[in-house]
Design a binder for this molecule. Sequence first.
Ligand code: GBH
Length: 608
Amino acid sequence: MDSFEWLHGFKVGFGLHHVNFEDSTRPRTPKYSAHFYHRVIKDNGFPTPEDEKILYGNFAKDFIWSTATASYQIEGGWRADGKGLSIWDKFAHTPLRVFNNDNGDVACDSYNKIDEDVSMLRQLKVTHYRFSVSWPRVLPDGTTNFVNEVGLSYYSHLVDALLKANIQPHITLYHWDLPQALQDIGGWENETIVFKFRDYANLIFSRLGHKVKFWITINEPYNIANVGHGYGAAAPGISFRPGTLPYIVGHNLLKAHAETWHLYNDKYRSKQGGIISITINSDWSEPRNPYKQEDVDAARRVVQFYIGWFAHPVFNGDYSDMMKTIIQKRSLEAGLPKSRLPEFTAEEVKRIKGTYDYFGFNHYTTVLAFPVDYGNLQHYDADRGAGTIADRTWLDSGSSWLKVSPFGFRRILNFIKEEYRNPPIIITENGISERGSVDLNDFHRSYYYEKYINQVLKAYILDGVDIRGYTAWSLMDNLEWATGFSERFGLFHVNHTDPKRPRVAKTSAAYYATIITCNGFPDPATGPHDCLNQEVEGTSVPSTSLPSFNMVNFLGITLSSGEAEKGLYTLFALLIVSSLGVICSLFCFLKTKKYSKEIATIQSVLNS
Ligand code: GBH
């Protein structure tokens, strides 16, 4: 327990238990570390938790196996054949908005590479392909006054090529590239967008709907509203009214989605027989300290302000009481006449509620939450009243916000089941990035897919969550929005400095094809299983088992971990005389490779 710490008195506490020295009864309270140490003692070490053990089993027979892209991230052809400009064309052409001033002018040149793209999809053995339509490519000024037929024909050619390969198209109508002409009259802030979006959707349904049976109205309203109009880190890059604008935009996004769902439901469903929904993204959130009620409450707020912001109106009706109460209270306390969160009328609540055929869900990571009091500040983070961090033991990715935390996937899938009354779920995105030098042996990605998809299987088999499909983000390396080409999410690598934009499979492509062909994770005890031997042109994977993570790739040579250990010691001996910065990067390398023994050795040498 905390005690008299010599020269530091009671200021410094080494205890597993906190002692309140102001209180004459000297009460003791266990810290998180006490609970942690208790567990180590009870387990007599560190057994693999039930959570992390692999579950063998299969998904349903007609399970959707897909991979995804988005128009601005892959198409290029930014001025081709009469395409209008989008807010991302403008944003990316504004200096300092996108890392390295990268832009989507050419991107993966998918506008000219239908065959190459479909060939990759065939190799993956996916049943579906999720891509988005660029609104300004089809309607250059955003309205149906003029239809750009050449632009539209790109999508009908793509749809035909997919169907010919027996791959079902899953179309996103809006993946963030709003026609700039509509932004010029207020974009998503202007309520007239609701019907402009519906008219655009109407055109696409009428032209492609006889061949396309899977639709998404809007991708990630959270990002459009808060990142685009609150933080300003995505187009249109507005950040000067963070207290109101994200909520106004969110309001119009919900209405636009609902009107479009109704349009499909009333006018197209009986003839075309497809399904349509919205894709909502969210992290899962755990309390930073699960034994602290304040942290538990903060974690609940993070989830309710993230997934709940859009899912509550669509699946349960209206914004959650939590959002309504908190934003109203904080607005009034700041002297505003009413809540910054707009209100739906009773008819609007009814009109939006139930506008789904499935729950489209994007998920990547988990955060740890704790309360933060922002005083009188008026913005989304202040309303949420929480800060978030990651557990430092979670593996890193190429994106600062993305840490490998598979257990959270199962938890948030269960949250969806409980909170929204067990809707059918299609996972419309999940994946991991890398940055830095290119290494086609991307074992971190295979690892991520294995662990995350296995958690989906647990949610499906053990928890009865109604999961109908899974989509890997992304088919290929592409323009990762404000971070440009520096963060790569692809199953296939694309060299963005080569004018031919060649696609090359990473090792994870064959691994994903294996999971798809096996429709899950076959039990080795009932093997051998032929489905485990998937290959993709240009890659080879261990054929009888999941990728082995005991092999280490170093300067293009594949080493066993024993050899790597020797090499690392030699490398270390050289590094010790070089700068601290270099040593730090070695630490990061070792940490991601989980060489805790080596880290300990280096630390002890450094200390001495
Ligand atoms: C998805 O968004 C997108 O749909 C897809 O286009 C994208 O390529 C993919 O994921 C990978 O990022 O607070 O400004 O630091 C992912 C969800 C949520 C990730 C917000 C970045 C932090 C932005 N995004 N998050 S910021």
